[in-house]
Design a protein around this ligand. Structure first.
Ligand code: FMN
Length: 335
């Protein structure tokens, strides 16, 4: 029997296949199907910095409004119960997921600026999350902000979240950094137990009829897994923390390649939104059959065997590959 167990963030998972954050993982009706289909862990949808800040605003507004009318009102309200919306509902989701599921539940916190909202990392952990995933989804369009400033803010934020919690911390990042390897090392030093590679950044579209800018979410395609594959293969030996592959994992071959590149877990969202949670079983079957055919007994045995440090010519993962790739293109037929 092939052994699919893997270690992610210090947690022992029965499988390297993880359901990443999406409406699917936020639906309690889906949890048991995701678990029954073999997921090693589940990442719940994010609690956003904006939701927390909005709630803080609403609560302080309510408190101040009361204070206007009753002189001592603020002193009556030192321990405001959390409203049954936004963050409170989110904490309830974590508690419920823990009751229903036996696989690890990872709670996600989504934001980019250090500040009071990071206290919710502790609330999520107290609600029972086995680990916290901090999503640094950010599109910096202000030309006066430098890359070093952005990176310093991320590192500070990771340090703040780390200080709040004792459970493991994963940090979900985008691939678009000038020196991604250096940022990865900095985030690890700041307390990240793992990196989730990567966020898929969404771009708006223009509607040619209404001449308006429209947000458009398109699910990923299989080819997009080459981006995490490239970076995981390159960074596997540069960091000691866990590496999770995310983006473009649609079938068993995508997942297999990412494990060979060095991923500790492989996450999928679009594939499950398209085909349902049971698609995990299809991916797992492919991995098992591939391993049996090649006499691999465990994922540990094969992980990273095609990472940059383990290939005879590491340059295939570096720039010189650019030259080879360009010159390897052969047209199907002359046009
Ligand atoms: C509808 C939808 C909702 C999502 N919500 C979240 C979220 O709340 N937090 C988060 O970190 N990622 C969220 N994601 C991103 C996914 O977790 C994942 O990183 C991304 O879709 C790339 O993986 P994929 O190629 O397997 O889809 C969402 C994606 C989709 C499609």
């Amino acid at each position: 029997m092939t052994d699919l167990t893997t270690n992610y963030l210090g947690l022992s998972l029965r499988s390297p296949l993880v359901a990443s954050a999406s409406p699917l993982t936020g639906s309690p009706d889906m949890w048991q199907r995701i678990e029954a289909a073999g997921a090693g862990a589940i990442v719940l949808p994010s609690l956003f910095e904006e939701e927390i800040e909005n709630e803080a605003f609403a609560v302080s507004f309510a408190a101040e409004h009361g204070a206007d009318q009753f002189g001592e009102a603020l002193s009556f309200l030192p321990e405001l119960p959390l409203p049954e919306v936004g963050p409170a509902r989110h904490l309830g989701l974590v508690e419920k997921a823990r009751e229903v599921l036996t696989i690890p539940v990872i709670a996600s916190l989504n934001g980019t600026s250090p500040g009071g909202w990071v206290r919710y990392a502790k609330h999520l952990a107290d609600a029972g999350a086995h680990a916290i995933e901090l999503n640094l989804y950010d599109v910096v369009v202000d030309p006066t902000i430098s890359s070093s400033e952005v990176e310093r803010r991320y590192v500070e934020l990771v340090e703040e979240v780390r200080a709040e919690i004792s459970v493991p911390l994963a940090v979900k990042i985008s691939p678009w950094f000038t020196a991604l390897g250096n940022l990865a090392v900095q985030l690890q030093a700041a307390g990240a137990d793992g990196l989730v590679m990567f966020n898929r950044l969404y771009q708006p579209d223009i509607d040619l009829d209404s001449l308006t800018v429209v947000p458009k979410l398109q699910l990923s395609t299989s080819g997009e897994s080459r981006l995490p594959l490239h970076w995981i293969a390159n960074l596997r030996s540069a960091v000691q923390c866990s590496l999770a592959a995310s983006s473009g994992v649609h079938d068993g071959a995508d997942a297999m390649k990412l494990l060979l590149a060095g991923a500790d877990v492989v996450m999928t969202t679009s594939g499950l939104l398209r085909h349902g949670p049971e698609h995990l079983m299809v991916i797992e079957r492919f991995i098992r059959e591939w391993m049996v055919e090649r006499d691999y007994v465990s994922v540990d045995e094969l992980r990273g065997s095609v990472s940059r440090e383990n290939v005879p010519d590491p340059q295939v993962y570096e720039r010189s590959n650019y030259y080879q790739v360009l010159h390897s293109w052969v047209p199907d037929r002359p046009r």
